[in-house]
Design a protein around this ligand. Structure first.
Ligand code: NDP
Length: 332
């Protein structure tokens, strides 16, 4: 793969220019461009510029509203429903996070239920933003079927990601963000493009046979859950939270509503925020930090998020696939 070195600002500019040229207004383009450039900076290749062609396809097909203005409804003091106005999720998340944080700080626990939006990104930004407010965050979303439930050979769940963050005042929060599939589909797409093999147990081919060929899993095959039936149960919980409780599409419903333009599918996102100051009371930070310090000092252990935080602190150029950059430049 030939790469080209770009700064984070250049990646942001390229993403924003492409989004503006293809139907987003400034507010929507900037929110999605921030998500894309921060993913590239964090080394999350499959959620950076790699996703942009999909964003552009959905703007061109008219599926996604590039002029979205999210609108909230306070169901109760601690439950906020946010209508994403058929826009990309980053704007809804940026708009809804301060509302959610304020509700959690007041009530101890609050939920943000995002409907009618299109999620195509990593899930750490939403929970990390809550942790920066000294709140615990948990988020999950669904899209369209691409993962087989444990025991099945056909897709029913999406790769159903879940993220969690716990604040550590004065330090980086504890953050994990993971697909409940053995591998995220974006990473399988990157492996298929770059000719890399997948670890055994990642997926099945179109005939339902186990394979390590990324192309066979990506094109017509199916991804398997992580951890067998345990991953399958967590994926089920995510469908129930992000679709059942939010009141938006389950993965198997979203695919029927989708125009298959190659971009994200409509769906909901469930975001829970909890205040340790209210729930645990004074001393929570030292108490929890003692536990996490014991954990991270154990030989062989590294905390999730650590690699990403280190990558995010770099300010040098980022190597990006050259063909992708050239094709995006021609879309501006
Ligand atoms: P990974 O398996 O790469 O990483 C999952 C988590 O594990 C990360 O928090 C990572 O931290 C941590 N981790 C990795 N290795 C170690 C280790 N050795 N020790 C401790 N922690 C570790 O992510 P996935 O492939 O599962 O998911 C990739 C991304 O895809 C996620 O951001 C997810 O949100 C996104 N996604 C989005 C979807 C959508 O619909 N929008 C659908 C599915 C996935 P670190 O980052 O520091 O390495």
């Amino acid at each position: 793969m030939t790469t080209v070195a770009l700064s984070e600002a250049e990646i942001y500019d390229l993403a924003q220019t492409c989004l503006l040229a293809n139907g987003c207004d400034e507010t929507n383009a900037s929110a999605s461009a921030r998500t894309i450039s921060s993913a590239e900076r964090a080394g999350a290749v499959s959620h950076g510029l790699f996703r942009l062609p999909g964003y552009l396809k959905s703007l061109k097909s008219g599926k996604v509203n590039g002029h979205a203005r999210p609108k909230e409804t306070h169901l109760t003091q601690s439950a906020i429903r946010l209508d994403g106005d058929r826009g990309f999720a980053p704007l809804a998340i940026e708009y809804g996070t301060p509302l959610l944080a304020a509700a959690a700080e007041q009530s101890g626990v609050a939920v943000l239920l995002i409907r009618n939006s299109f999620h195509f990104a990593a899930l750490w930004p939403e929970v990390e933003a809550l942790a920066r407010h000294n709140l615990v965050g948990l988020a999950c979303t669904v899209h369209t079927p691409m993962m087989a439930p444990f025991g099945a050979k056909t897709a029913f769940f999406s790769t159903n990601p879940i993220s969690f963050a716990y604040p550590r005042p004065g330090k980086d929060p504890y953050v994990f963000d993971m697909a409940t599939s053995a591998k995220a589909r974006g990473d399988i797409g990157v492996a298929a493009r770059d000719g890399h093999e997948l670890p055994p147990g990642t997926g099945l081919d179109s005939a339902g046979n186990p394979t390590t060929d990324a192309k066979k899993v990506h094109d017509g095959g199916v991804i398997l859950p992580f951890g067998g039936y345990k991953g399958s149960m967590i994926a089920t919980m995510i469908e129930l939270l992000a679709a059942g409780l939010v009141g938006d599409y389950f993965s198997y419903e979203a695919v029927k509503a989708d125009n298959r333009d190659g971009g994200p599918a409509i769906g909901g996102e469930f975001i829970l925020a909890m205040s340790p100051e209210v729930l645990a009371g004074p001393g929570w930070a030292e108490h929890s930090d003692g536990f996490l310090t014991e954990l991270e000092n154990m030989e062989g252990v590294r905390l999730p998020g650590q690699r990403r935080f280190e990558a995010s602190r770099e300010d040098g150029p980022i190597e990006v696939n050259k063909d992708l950059v050239n094709s995006l430049r021609s879309a501006t």
